[in-house]
Write a protein that binds this ligand. Sequence first.
Ligand SMILES: Cc1ncc(COP(=O)(O)O)c(C=O)c1O
Length: 408
Amino acid sequence: MVTEEREGLTVAQTQGSDPSMEHDPPDVPFNVAAVEGSELDYVQQAIQGGHPASGGEFTRRTAELLAADAGSAEVLMTTSCTAALELSAMLLDLEDGDTVIVPSFTFTSTALAYARQGAGLVFCDIEPRTMGLDPDHLATLLDEHVRAVVVVHYAGVACDIEGIRRVLAPWPRVRLIEDNAHGLFGTWRDQPLGGFGRYAALSFHETKNFVCGEGGALLLNDADDVDRARVLYDKGTNRRAFMLGQVDKYTWKDTGSSFGMADVLAAYLLAQLEQRHVIQAKRRRVHDHYDAALTPYADELGFEVMQVPEDSGSAHHMFYVLLPDRDRRNDVLESMRKKGVQAAFHYLPLHASDAGRRFAVRETDCPVSVQVSERLLRLPFHNNLTEAELDRAAAAFLDATAAAARSR
Ligand SMILES: Cc1ncc(COP(=O)(O)O)c(C=O)c1O
């Protein structure tokens, strides 16, 4: 049984249920990490090559592919997106009293990476159009203590980049960081997500579009950061300069940690990334299927279907809907679970969490984050959902929503 909060599956699987109807495991699971190309072959090569640690040939090829996509000065492959965010936090060289603005509606890592590095947190609300940071709220939170603003492209849809840039324009010292865990190969006005911030972090956790078990990357979009970042990345040493023949021995230079992705995992990941057009087309098909099946019933049954603004090219990380309130959302989740379809809620607002309260420098109101957290439901979403599974998931959702609407 899956009980990980990351996937928001716990309510659906623990609330009152009829054992005779239970489906465990579900017939239509929420996520399946698929093999899409040369994964096994590449992993075998990485192992047989005798250098499966970080910094090998597969790591180099993977980083180059990602750098070319976003136009980055350098890409560092990391053990996770959390690690990439932590590395970006180290690059900020935070001092006492510095703060970082983060969304309340996001995974813990978006905030914890900066708290761990000593930043005071300021939680910003999201706006309902994109579920990204709300520029109007952001404008009220900026002051001389703020060193960075972290945005998330929720579900693979760009946040309001234009609005956020406008609000940040009078604050040149504030760095924009993209937590792009959902948005790899998404675009805004035809420009790649991950290319807008000074840094951008990616995730290759098994729940993402491109996977290698656990993995991440930090995109450095400013060449000035590259040398320092390489040292922090390599346990505080100038090993990279040594490998590039720039120095004749390497020594301890700075703080840092062991951030590098193992080459054996980069091999797994490279095979997935090589299939990016195939994978993204499969995911677009899932999105379009749900959109066509659900949208005609939205008004009648009282739910909202996720929207992709005109100027965004979605990365199709997930498909979500909004129910009128938490009770109805939970009823629908439970009813779908009984029918063998694994849907999920998502993040609990960080500003109201124990650690969020502890690390926030002041209380802020994030009403949209609270509402969205209570109302949002994600449908099963992975590369290889069949037409029959998609029909079954959509029908289970519509039946459950109609029943929930009738019972209130
Ligand atoms: C927005 C966001 N940021 C960061 C992470 C953490 O990613 P990782 O598990 O690769 O550290 C997640 C994980 O689900 C996420 O959704």
